[in-house]
Design a protein around this ligand. Structure first.
Ligand code: 4NP
Length: 154
């Protein structure tokens, strides 16, 4: 199973979700059997580490995401990954727009796909403060636990 988490810039939400997912998977029966990566629909931050506020927030929850580097969604991602789990509806729309024919259904809302919030979105914390980042972490970490449960259930 290969999961790609997608947001706009790939420096806040999807790197935090990637970190939460890696950490939850490592201590699960699925350890080593699920590949996780993240990407952005935009290209503004390609090659950069996550936003320093995202790094600090994740570190506060015991997870190191500083080694991640932003990249933009690319065509081969639709072949390389089973699911493209998006932070918000605009991401889903942008991902579907770029999907090769027949691959549109691989794009889903992360919070919806894992079952914790039907139709739910992870709010963009980019223009927010530390509490907005902590709220994002709690959301994506809850999602990570639910993703593990969904995959473990087969
Ligand atoms: P992200 O947040 O999509 O969670 O990584 C953003 C990061 C950068 C920008 C927007 C959102 N930006 O416009 O540069």
């Amino acid at each position: 199973m290969r999961l790609l988490v997608v947001c706009l810039g790939n420096i806040c939400r999807s790197p935090m979700a990637e970190g939460a997912l890696r950490t939850r998977l490592q201590v699960s029966p699925l350890a080593g059997r699920v590949q996780v990566d993240s990407a952005g629909t935009g290209d503004w931050h390609v090659g950069e580490p996550p936003d320093r506020r995202a790094i600090a927030c994740a570190r506060g929850f015991g997870v190191d995401i500083a080694m991640q580097r932003a990249r933009q969604l690319q065509a081969r991602d639709f072949h390389d990954f089973d699911w493209l789990l998006c932070a918000d509806r605009a991401n889903v729309r942008d991902v579907r727009r770029r999907a090769p024919a027949g691959h549109e259904d691989k794009a889903a809302l992360l919070l919806d796909w894992c079952g914790i919030q039907p139709g739910g979105e992870v709010p963009d914390p980019y223009t927010g403060g530390p509490e907005d980042f902590r709220q994002v972490w709690r959301l994506v970490d809850s999602a990570a636990q639910a993703v593990v449960a969904r995959l473990a259930a087969g």
